[in-house]
Design a binder for this molecule. Structure first.
Ligand code: IVH
Length: 700
């Protein structure tokens, strides 16, 4: 009976199991305290105790008078420990239609310079939360959530209660990190919600939230009562390769004891991928668990390695999402929110409606044109139908994204007035100006607009930015209202200027004030990529911030380059644009940020408070080009330009678009022209394509 998962026990079995555990734990405790030799080791003791607690949770009426949980034990931890993933946990790019899938295949073949077909695996995209489990010599060492992809939460004790995850593996590689999705089946979800309701607790809104809430329990005995399942679909660090193909690797994981998805199939063209997508979509309603698309992966692992990754997504995989679920409801009001960049965003207030299992009462309306029935190029959308307060509208939501309005039913429209977009900021009264070529109107108030100030600061303390424990949205709003914090630098002078007052503020005490001030101190040292993201530069998300940080590596170099850069000309501008993933719009936005007085002053004040950690280039053990600046020019015949660039960056080189005195190596393909001449004139080392490939072959 000790092998039966807690949530599958019958009442009689539970009673018997509690009796067995009580006797077993009592005897173990006696041996531990009174004899020289413990009967069982600590881990086994903890596991039995947790199991006992979990059963008591599910069957409170069976709790014994001599229950082991009435005896003193360790208190649950106050927070999860952090675990740095040895290999980052990636997310996936998305495809929404057949053309996107064709384009993905074309991109893969172009990158690899292949004319022939590429084989892919196709498998359901599970709607749960990802988990990485590390084994050493076959023993489960730890399990961590994805977190920000680099650092996750330690949920080792909890993961042991997830079915489909073995605790020991025979004949495993010395180091094996298995990655996959933790999810909850529909039947289990319904049963759990019944129990929640019976216990007077709030039911979960969907199986994914239930899975996340159940795995992330500080008290693992609660997790033990929750029916969680797992599918393995990927891996992180490995001491020896699992196989030569994705499909074989997944089979290997299955033979190690992991649950793997039975709908995983090998497909040798985009056409076959799409056929499998249709097949999976047709089964969606009867699978018994939530999926939100189909994931395609290049099957050949050597090709996967060549394709590598962009900053947070692999080039060798894509998620083909299912169309979003929709519902109709009444648009009750249009409110305007002012964002951190001053953008005025119209928000639809809706009569609450359930879409895909979640109650929706707000949706984004994007911008003025969207309400009018026009896209960003001025072409009609919804056949030009505008949206008015009072209208009957169709809502859709895809995954976690904010719900949107797809259509409007004109047959139900009464005498509603067309919506007039405001020309002044509804928060501060400054002019709201829509510049030529821009889709949105912006409040010109910058830091003098309270809404912008609060949004900029909220972004500054958000999870991928400064992530200061105890400094969330509520606290930011309170400090702004008091006038204590008007810009980021003032977070770091809070102790000095308002420390005393803080501990006397309502709802605060000495202890909580000290905790917050200590948490702020701890963040005075910050990695460069987090700082760049936190600045809130338009068009710079967390993955672009990482790309910029990896390229410039130190704050000094980044700042100097941005000050030197002028839009659309010169070396510093070319260098910025040559970064993989940086386009002219983002580049112009970053340069503008450093050349605008208000933002520049904000940055100078902030940086004076901080110690900024350099971002290390990827581990390039023994790379001959680490830290060097390289330029590729001319036609390359054996690898695509994109692959050559990725190879160089993977080996720690910076790849630039222009030759200058800072260039260390120029790789010149066929028909190289002016860049080659310039490099020769500057005495830069010049390699042919073959010489370059020979050089990197040595490092493999
Ligand atoms: S592969 C390097 N396969 O989707 C590739 N991901 O939107 C790593 N997910 O973070 C992911 N089902 O949490 C992969 N069959 C599947 C998946 C899957 C669900 C999740 C995963 C990932 C997210 C990206």
């Amino acid at each position: 009976m000790e092998d039966i998962p807690v949530n599958e026990l019958t009442k009689d079995e539970a009673r018997a199991e509690l009796a067995r555990l009580s006797a077993l734990l009592a005897s173990a405790e006696l041996a531990y305290y009174q004899a020289d030799f413990p009967e069982i080791d600590d881990a086994a003791y903890d596991a039995h105790k947790l199991r006992n607690q979990a059963i008591e949770r599910l069957f409170p009426s069976l709790k014994r008078e001599d229950s082991p949980s009435l005896r003193v034990g360790a208190a649950p931890a106050s927070g999860f420990g952090k675990i740095r993933h040895e290999v980052p946990m990636l997310s996936l790019g998305n495809a929404f239609d057949d053309d996107d899938v064709d384009e993905f295949d074309a991109r893969v073949r172009k990158f690899l310079s292949l004319d022939g077909p590429v084989s892919y695996t196709a498998e359901p995209k599970i709607d749960g939360l990802s988990l990485s489990i590390r084994y050493e010599n076959g023993h489960l060492i730890y399990a961590a959530t994805r977190g920000d992809g680099e650092v996750g939460e330690d949920v080792t004790a909890n993961a042991k209660y997830v079915s489909g995850i073995p605790h020991h593996i025979e004949n495993a590689p010395g180091v094996l990190e298995v990655r996959g999705e933790v999810y909850m089946e529909h039947a289990a979800f319904d049963a759990l919600n019944q129990r929640q309701k019976a216990a007077g607790e709030k039911p979960f809104s969907n199986p994914r939230n239930a899975a996340a809430g159940s795995l992330r329990q500080l008290d693992a005995s609660i997790t033990a009562t929750r029916p969680l399942a797992f599918f393995a679909y990927a891996w992180g660090a490995l001491s020896t390769p699992l196989a030569e193909t994705q499909l074989e690797a997944i089979k290997q994981l299955h033979s190690f004891g992991f649950a793997t998805n039975p709908l995983t199939k090998l497909c040798d063209s985009p056409k076959v991928l799409l056929a499998h997508y249709q097949r999976i979509e047709a089964q969606r309603a009867t699978l018994g668990y939530d999926i939100d698309g189909v994931v395609y992966k290049v099957n050949d692992l050597a090709l996967q390695a060549r394709l590598g990754m962009r900053s947070t997504t692999p080039r060798w995989a894509i998620a083909h999402k299912f169309p979003a679920e929709t519902a109709w409801t009444r648009l009750e009001e249009i409110d305007i929110q002012v964002g951190r960049t001053g953008a005025l965003s119209p928000v639809a207030r809706l009569h609450p409606v359930t879409v895909g299992g979640v109650v929706v009462s707000n949706a984004t309306l994007h911008n003025e044109d969207y309400i009018k029935g026009l896209d960003s190029k001025g072409t009609p959308i919804r056949e030009g139908r505008d949206i008015r307060v009072g209208d009957w509208v169709e809502i859709y939501r895809a995954g976690d994204v904010i719900p949107k309005i797809r259509d409007v039913d004109l047959s139900k429209r009464e005498n509603f007035a067309p919506y007039e977009f405001p020309t002044i900021c509804p928060v501060c009264g400054s002019d709201a100006i829509r510049e030529e070529g821009e889709a949105v109107a912006r409040c010109m108030g910058e830091f003098s607009c309270e809404a912008q100030r609060i949004e900029k600061l909220k972004h500054f303390v958000s999870r991928q930015a400064f992530d200061i424990d105890g400094l969330g949205v509520k606290q930011v709003e309170a400090f702004v209202e008091k006038g204590w914090v008007t810009e980021p630098a003032e977070i770091f002078t809070l102790r000095q200027k308002h420390g005393e007052a803080l501990s006397k503020l309502e709802g605060w005490g000495k202890k909580s004030a000290t905790n917050l001030l200590n948490a702020i101190e701890a963040r005075r040292t910050i990695p460069l990529n987090r700082l760049i993201f936190a600045l809130g530069i338009r068009h710079v998300g967390d993955s672009s911030a990482m790309m910029l940080a990896r390229h410039y590596q130190s704050w000094d170099d980044f700042e100097k380059a941005m000050i030197k850069a002028q839009p659309h000309e010169g070396e510093a501008w070319d260098d910025l644009n040559a970064i993989d993933g940086v386009g002219t719009v983002m580049a112009a936005s970053v340069v503008d940020f450093f050349h605008t007085r208000v933002t520049r002053e904000m940055v100078v004040a902030l940086v004076a408070q901080l110690t900024i950690e350099d971002v290390q280039p990827p581990d390039t053990g023994g790379s001959p080009v680490a830290g060097k600046t390289m330029v590729f020019t001319g036609t390359l015949s054996k690898v695509s330009r994109a692959e050559a660039k990725a190879q160089a960056e993977g080996l720690g080189a910076k790849v630039s678009g222009a030759v200058s005195a800072k260039t260390d190596i120029l790789v010149a393909g066929e028909k190289a022209g002016s860049k080659l001449k310039k490099a020769e004139a500057l005495g830069v080392q010049v390699l042919t394509e073959d010489e370059w490939l020979a050089l990197i072959a040595k490092t493999r």
